[in-house]
Design a protein around this ligand. Sequence first.
Ligand code: IPM
Ligand code: MG
Length: 355
Amino acid sequence: MTKKIAVLPGDGIGTEIVAEAVKVLDAIGEKHNVSFEYEYGLIGGAAIDEVGVPLPDKTLELCKNSDAVLLGAVGGPKWDDLPVHLRPEGAALLGLRKNLGLYANIRPAKIYPALVDGSTLKKNVIEGVDLVCIRELTGGLYFGERKREKTETGERAYDTMVYTTEEIERIARLGFETAMKRNKRLTSVDKHNVLESSRLWRDVVNEVAKDYPEVELEHMYVDNCAMQLVRWPKQFDVIVTENMFGDILTDQASMLSGSIGMLPSASVGGEVALYEPAHGSAPDIAGQQKANPLATILSVAMMLKYSFNLQSAAEEIEIAVEKVLNGEYRTADLMEEGKKEATTSQIGDLVVEQL
Ligand code: IPM
Ligand code: MG
């Protein structure tokens, strides 16, 4: 079996973390008789510098003609002051998600036993945490109408949160399907007490729930959810929520897995899925081999599972990561007393060794 992967390293630490994920893919491919063919594409600031736009047509074509997409990260201070249509985050990342029809972002947060003591949260709170957040990715506040205009006294600006029945239904369904494969508990997060779009959200989720009588459904306000995630995160199995709420809650949930450098993600819903760490390009540590590559490595495990149906290969990567964390080496974000600091590429090598 041969699989073609579009590789988009992007900016900042993107190049370094993607290199480690590719190493791991090569190793697992050899073990499972799959050969991965990589074609590299430009995205984000790197693309602006080379060809003047953050999401070149060529990159989009490459993604559409591949079996899966692996992305590092985009953005950095160098491109922060560009006009909106050139900003790496909006134009490149959001453009790519929208163009590929990736309406669902799956972000699992689970704590590895070896990281329990290193967390900023108490051991009894995070021990055993294992949840998945399903974030709507192509609608809501990120894609609604927006404007900034001059007024007599200054300026006014607005963004709008828009959802249709269809958009809510398909993401809700994925939430229920995911819950069915896990512990059959789904928390739908909204702001039903204030927002009209949340009232539609809740109605549609309740409709879809009729098709999944085995799933225990709970509705939760987003502010309460933010609080519950740090108070008692073990109550959650699957969370489904709007784009912006999901963006915020998943950064918060990442700390339940020890570090934002541990949170992988899969964006699905179109013909080709996209795999990327949930974190950004970390320009402050770029090029220094300090970044944690594990979120990206765990993202390729998700690729094997969701795009190629290679369950056991995916699990082998997860086990290899766990073994590395049980050992003595860590990247800076996970440092604890008694551990030795390792570079990005050393961690990648250690994962490969464990395979
Ligand atoms: C994420 C990121 C992106 C988002 C940014 C870089 C546009 O924060 O994937 O969570 O907000 O979706
Ligand atoms: Mg985010």
